[in-house]
Design a protein around this ligand. Sequence first.
Ligand SMILES: Cc1cc2nc3c(=O)[nH]c(=O)nc-3n(C[C@H](O)[C@H](O)[C@H](O)COP(=O)(O)OP(=O)(O)OC[C@H]3O[C@@H](n4cnc5c(N)ncnc54)[C@H](O)[C@@H]3O)c2cc1C
Length: 382
Amino acid sequence: MIEIKDKKNCSACTACVSICPQKCITMKEDEEGFLYPETHREKCVNCGLCQSVCQHIHFPEKKDIPMAYAGYNKNEDLREKSSSGGVFTLLAESILNEGGAVYGAGFDKDFILHHMCIENINDLEKLRGSKYMQSIMGDTFPKIKKQLETGKKVLFTGTPCQCEGLLRYLKKKYENLYIQDIICHGVPSGKLWNKYLEDKKINKYDLEKISFRDKKTGWKDYSLLFKYRSGENVREKAKETSYMRAFIKNASLRYSCYNCKVKSLGRHSDITLGDFWGVEYVLPEMEKNMGVSLILVHSDKGENLLSKVKENMVITPVNPLDGIKYNKSAVNVPDIPKMRASFYQNAENKGIEKAVKKAVKPKISVTVKNILKKVIGKQKKY
Ligand SMILES: Cc1cc2nc3c(=O)[nH]c(=O)nc-3n(C[C@H](O)[C@H](O)[C@H](O)COP(=O)(O)OP(=O)(O)OC[C@H]3O[C@@H](n4cnc5c(N)ncnc54)[C@H](O)[C@@H]3O)c2cc1C
């Protein structure tokens, strides 16, 4: 039986729901909009399968050091439309060209983020680009298992905890399964994103597309882009929006993100993709304006998949430690701010803008610090 006593111990990967032979576990939304499993006790036969697949109950670390690369997609259009260097698109195209299926996070018609299956290259744009919220897994895992059993190639992509959940649920290795996770800062809830749109008085049905990483203002200094059906495009610098400030400053993350088991250089996935922050110090000659991916390869299968797409990339091997030097999200869990407990409640009652101001204390500038030192220093003399 699965019983979540501490929210830090469930990442909503859905391995427990998917493996339950009695179908007696369902995911239920909490007040913040995050999903948690709930066991219907009358149907539970205490077989223990749910606990056996839970990454928060037992997590065998993988200590191997991966191969690391800096690289990007030679197709400048696809690179610009992607969050980092557009490597996900290349890996996905390779699987689709061989008749396989690709799973990743995409918005449905109501702008709710789900994991979905793509079998046609024209649909890949649904998965392309980072969406900074937790995607709903639904019955993704059993669907993948069925496809794998028929011999179909499957590329599953997602957050590290989602990838780990799939591996746990499957319980055995499939040669036709490729797993690509991301370097993940953490995830806010989809409910918070809807609240943000509500605060901004944006009707989501007026929108054609949302991009969380529009690079017109740069890869590092990216914007949120709201593409309206009317043809209007509205950009806001990400760092200046309350939603992204709450995300970047860790105020809105799921509780399990502060207790992530999977963040590490060694992983059970085949490939990890992230941003190569700091590439200018490691490879000053590499062109970086439209984004460079950090690619960590954990298995021979991952290396084979990457080698199939290398001709369409600019790619250079790097020392993995150089790769993560400026990207601590790869290995470090975020600190939990004191105000995390009341953040969602404040956002609901007073709006996200006010909730962020309360949660994230502005850094004291050097000038203010010096003035304070003088004042405090003077006071000490008396
Ligand atoms: C919530 C979140 C936090 C991230 N934090 C960091 C970070 O701290 N440091 C860093 O270097 N990189 C981070 N990334 C990853 C990075 O921004 C890129 O998405 C990744 O490097 C792949 O880039 P790409 O250009 O190859 O492909 P893209 O086309 O940009 O990425 C598409 C891929 O991202 C997946 N994806 C998009 N949104 C989600 C989601 N909500 N949940 C699960 N999978 C999703 C898709 O399934 C697909 O596999 C984060 C991504 C997300 C979604």
